[in-house]
Design a protein around this ligand. Structure first.
Ligand code: ASP
Length: 437
């Protein structure tokens, strides 16, 4: 049995959190590889170290005074080290960082130092080896991860170090320059480490006891999800449920390694298991997620279904403008293309002109301020009544449905509604499923 454990920023925000982390790691000898984020917020008014580092770099690049931001960062690390009686030479580490700032260090390099320093401290505290991600996680010159090379290199480095702490969030390119993932990317590092060491489980420790069935800002006290498949999680996180970086799923999914989301502040809670496949209860949904900020381009044309290439031409026009298409519900003579409003930007007029020319529709219109809700559940495959429950709940609330789409995987039903109805719709759908159990 071998486990990779990743701790998020709030799990390592101060010395007390370090102690909790050490207790978790030490309690189970199979927890051999530890991936860390930079220290996060200690309370709601606090700053994340990564944000402070980014600020430092921006000030330095603009020729302004970065010293105040840097000294706040220093204090955070020095206080952790002091309270835990660690001997790491932070003085030296900070002089290297300061030198780099003076010489115009890149944003990626500076941002990565949060994880780097945290991993050095935690490695010492645990008595584990420190493995620098810059030596094992490899990017190409365009900043894209080199998956295969990374897997090989990481596996080799980990074989030499039976217990190690690895900083999350970054790696390096062939020139040795640090490259970071997008924000929250330590989850990806955890996933890569899990695959490289062929872990049996990837535990992702954070400050919530797993994934909830709905957004707690909208639905009061939603239930926790005990198990979710990778595929369901993709649907939920794409639609706004955030517990893990979107790209973190792929490496472990390929290796069929389950992920367990756990709570550092409530280690007794079982959390949520993310699995390649899981048993399903017919009629039961796994969760709900949604987002506002969509627009639908509605196109109508008689005998559209007989016109070869019609849909392609519509999509091509959007592609030419770099607009990503989210959903394409269609009828015999109608098609709607749902896109994020922000993506359409100022191009909408030009897109309409081009669509008029290329497909000559009978009618074309734009509907803004749409919200989309995804009802996700492996239990809805081949089980009757899920859709009627969703639509019944909305009808009872007098909510007008603007769009319906069911993915061919049959694990989700997508409904488009007006933004003003979003919160009410979420609560109504949640209640319709949960009340009956
Ligand atoms: N520290 C980085 C961030 O704040 C990466 C991470 O925490 O995963 O985004």
């Amino acid at each position: 049995m071998l486990k990779t454990v990743k701790f998020g920023g709030s799990s390592l925000a101060d010395a007390n959190q370090f102690r909790k982390v050490a207790a978790i790691v030490k309690e189970d000898l199979t927890r051999r590889y530890v991936v860390v984020s930079a220290p996060g917020k200690r309370n709601s008014g606090d700053d994340k170290i990564t944000d402070l580092l980014l600020r430092c770099q921006r000030f330095a690049a603009a020729g302004s005074d970065y010293r105040e931001a840097l000294s706040t960062i220093r204090e955070r690390y020095f206080s952790i080290a002091k309270e835990l009686s660690l001997k790491a030479d932070l003085e030296k580490e900070f002089s290297v960082i300061e030198e780099a700032l003076k010489k115009g260090a890149t944003l990626d390099y500076v941002a990565s130092r949060g994880e780097y320093l945290n991993a050095i401290l935690l490695a010492e505290f645990l008595g584990f080896a420190f493995v620098d991600a810059a030596d094992a996680i490899l990017f190409d010159e365009n900043g894209a991860l080199l998956e295969e090379e990374t897997n090989r290199r990481l596996a080799a480095v980990l074989r030499k170090n039976p217990r190690a702490v690895i900083p999350g969030f970054y790696g390096a390119n062939a020139k040795g320059q640090v490259v970071t993932f997008s924000r929250g990317g330590s989850d990806i590092t955890g996933s890569l480490v899990s695959r490289a060491c062929q872990a049996d489980l990837y535990e992702n420790w954070t400050d919530v006891s797993g994934l909830l069935m709905a957004d707690p800002r909208v639905v009061e006290n939603p239930r926790a999800i005990a198990s979710v498949t990778y595929q369901e999680l993709r649907e939920l996180s794409y639609m706004g449920a955030s517990v893990l970086h979107e790209d973190a799923i792929f490496p472990v999914r390929a290796a069929k390694i389950p992920i367990n989301i756990r709570n550092t502040n409530a280690p007794g809670d079982a959390g949520t298991m993310i699995l390649p496949a899981a048993n399903s209860v017919p009629g039961h949904i796994t969760g709900l997620a949604g987002k506002k900020g969509f627009s639908a381009i509605y196109i109508e044309k008689d005998r559209m279904n007989n016109e070869v290439g019609f849909v392609r031409k519509v999509l091509q026009t959007l592609e030419n403008h770099g607009v990503c298409v989210e959903h394409v519900p269609s009828g015999i003579d109608t098609i709607s293309v749902v896109v994020s409003t922000a993506e359409l930007k100022d191009e909408v007029d030009q897109i309409f002109v081009e669509l008029q020319e290329t497909v000559q529709p009978d009618r074309i219109a734009l509907f803004d301020r749409l919200a989309i809700i995804a009802v996700v559940g492996r239990g809805m495959i081949r089980s009757q009544g899920t859709a009627s429950k969703v639509f019944g709940a909305l009808a009872k609330e007098n909510i007008n449905i603007r769009m319906i789409d069911q993915g061919s995987s049959e694990i989700n039903i997508i409904v488009g509604i007006e933004e003003k109805d979003y919160e009410r719709a979420m609560r109504a759908i949640y209640a319709a499923f949960v009340a009956e159990e």
